[in-house]
Design a binder for this molecule. Sequence first.
Ligand code: ZN
Ligand code: ZN
Length: 176
Amino acid sequence: MRTILVMPIGHVDRETIDFITGAIRETGECDIIQGEPIPVPQKTFNARRSQYNSTRILKALEGLKPDTYERLLGVLDEDLYVPELNFVFGEADMIARVAVIGLPRLRQEFYGLEPDRALFLRRAAKEAVHELGHLKGLGHCPVPRCIMHFSNSLAETDMKEAKFCAQCRNKLNELR
Ligand SMILES: [Zn+2]
Ligand SMILES: [Zn+2]
């Protein structure tokens, strides 16, 4: 089974989950299940930083991932961090095959800009496909347009396409 489970953590609007699922499907994955939302694990919240620790969320997801699913992607509409960084857009645990993405920083309005729903959805889809690529065992890719390119900023995210370059595609096929 190569099923991907896409699981909202707390409230995530339906359109976003559907858009993410559609983008994953467009990369050639056909077995994707949308799970029921789970409550946000409150012990992952850091009150001092007003952010959620993404590594701890991965730990919580690991315990929830049924063996019948190959990969689990959690989607959280809260700001994420790891202790050594100010924030992360997402994090993946390649061994446990669970990943999480955080949505707030993908919105223009987070930076005081005009809302752009279409742009937000594209960014969310890209972060999702990127983390799922990691869960397949792919590392970062030097090709700037490739979805596996490391993005440190939204400008870099916006430059990427929601698909794998030829080389990453070949690697994926070997890993399947
Ligand atoms: Zn990455
Ligand atoms: Zn690539």
